[in-house]
Design a binder for this molecule. Structure first.
Ligand code: HMG
Ligand code: MG
Length: 298
């Protein structure tokens, strides 16, 4: 059955911007995050404490976290691949961190330069330190519906990695269709396999829209009862270690879909659409949200 409420996790400031080649001013990122909060987003992935040599665009993560006008009730999260990243994030005052690995060995190697097992070893001290600092940890599993290097991925492999992250202390596991190759039946089967290992209430869908299937795939997992969706305003983004990967499903399109289904999000669609037009104008990108295009600039 469909959930009554869905929590939308806005990943635009991180996933949406991380692959942008030109430098985006910290003030632009801060205004984006502020506008998203004003539109009613309550969970915003704001930055990424990764190596600036690997992802230069996230090099100002500490400045972004420090400059935030924090709204009460809003979670400002950041990616932290290792203890060095976690220390930076903690000093900058994050409310939540996320560790990230994949269901594919080849992708993990390209993305974070280690094996899946090594990535989990790196996360253990991060999760311990986070627990000590009272910071919640989310876990990402990438390539859940296919890998740009290894092709097909067994749902059981996704389930196994997800379960390990849960056992290590992640409160939620976000399932990434990193290159947007999934289709609804495949997404449903993958979720069914993972839900045998991790309670459905602790799972999120993080679908990229590369092949235009993201909304259909989301509907398939919503029908299974999944109630947390990651999305990116204006459909911004792409993964630096997955060539051809386009942005996440657009937040505007997700909110429109959910409203049509009578599912509560607490998000003001008009303000979100405005924010999509504003940020795409600032960074010179096309607006990847169909709803954004249809509703215009207001
Ligand atoms: P490495 O080179 O193996 O790490 O990188 P290392 O420990 O050997 O360190 C090498 C250098 O990096 C050292 O500096 C470290 O200090 C520095 P040097 O001595 O050469 O000057 N370093 C760091 N600097 C800042 N912050 C850090 C940090 N760690 C080390 N945290 C590492 C390993 C993971 C750091 C690297 O591979 C990396 O940063 N990769 C970036 C991965 C990334 O950001 N990918 C995109 C996000 S994931 C994604 O988009 C998928 C997702 O959206 C879900 C989905 O769609 O599927 C989440
Ligand atoms: Mg992603």
């Amino acid at each position: 059955a469909l959930p009554k409420q869905v929590r939308v996790v806005e990943v635009g400031p991180r996933d949406g911007l991380q692959n942008e080649p030109g430098t985006i001013a910290t003030e632009v990122k801060l205004e984006l995050i502020d506008r998203l909060g004003a539109a009613g987003l309550r969970h915003i992935e704001a930055a990424s404490f990764v190596s600036p040599k690997w992802v230069p665009q996230m090099g100002d993560a500490a400045e972004v976290m420090a400059g935030l006008q924090r709204r009460p009730g809003v979670v400002y999260a950041a990616l932290t691949p290792n203890l060095k990243g976690f220390e930076g994030a903690r000093e900058a005052g994050v409310s939540e961190v996320a560790v990230f690995t994949a269901a594919s060995e080849a992708f993990t190697q390209k993305n974070i330069n280690c094996s899946i097992a090594e990535s989990l070893e790196r996360f253990a001290p991060v999760i311990d330190a986070a627990k000590a600092a009272d910071i919640r940890v989310r876990g990402y599993v990438s390539t859940v519906l296919g890998c740009p290097y290894a092709g097909e991925i067994a749902p059981e492999q996704v389930a196994a990695v997800s379960r390990e992250l849960l056992d290590m202390g992640c409160y939620e596991i976000s399932l990434g269709d990193t290159i947007g190759v999934g289709t609804p039946l495949k997404a449903k089967r993958m979720l069914e396999a993972v839900a045998k290992a991790v309670p459905l209430a602790q799972l999120a869908a993080h679908f990229h829209d590369t092949y235009g299937q993201a909304l259909a795939n989301l509907y398939a997992v919503l029908e299974e009862g999944l109630a947390v969706i990651d999305s990116s305003v204006a459909g911004l983004g792409g993964c630096p270690y997955a060539s051809g990967a386009s942005g996440n499903v657009a937040s505007e399109d997700v909110v429109y879909l959910l409203q049509g289904l009578g599912i509560e999000t607490g998000i003001d669609l008009g303000r979100l659409v405005e924010t999509g037009h504003w940020i795409t104008g600032r960074i010179g990108r096309a607006n990847g949200s169909k709803v954004g295009q249809a509703m215009g600039c207001g």
